[in-house]
Design a protein. Sequence first.
Length: 222
Amino acid sequence: MHPTIHQAFAFLALPLAVAAQAAEPPSPIPAADLYIKTLVNHDEQAIRQLNDYLRPDRLRSGRSADYADLAALQAADKAFPGEITEIAVKLFPQAMRDEMKAPLESLMSTVQQARQKSECKALSSEPPTMTSNGVLTAQVAFECSLVKTQESWAAAIQRLVRSNADIAKSRSDLQALQAAYAAPVSVSYRGVFPLSMVPKDKNEAWRNDFARETFDEMLSQF
């Protein structure tokens, strides 16, 4: 399942690909920011910038040109509420399913919107270090402001099913939870996003091939 950053870095006013040609490796902080905007917010501009930034190294190592597929991410976002609803509605008794489908799908649409309005920024990075096998690594601290509800959508659905709640109670609880997900961002999450490059392979971009894992952990509360 899939997990707007408003603060921009002055560095991003210039093409990252140009900065990557500097004698010293570019700062990993702007690269981390692009990964965050891409994977948390599915921001169209960030996706284009991140693809442009990573493309030379990806092609040099025989990988596909683009890291992120905007069309695929948009399609996944569009499909998410319906896909979850089809799974969740089957947990309810047969007699309730027709009545539960609409509130479930409405809730999941709001959950999707709550994820994408998370406000994140890369904060700082310790000086990169070189490992014994020639990999330059950096740990970028980041912070996100997220919507936080008293109960996650998954826990609420499971609770209603276990309690044999009737249609009226189930619909009411889901609508209340939807209102909670629609609230402004309210809690702060801090994490560390690792990046690396291999200078001996002529890499010029900071990258994380398992970037989703960091944000999947963060967004697991949804």
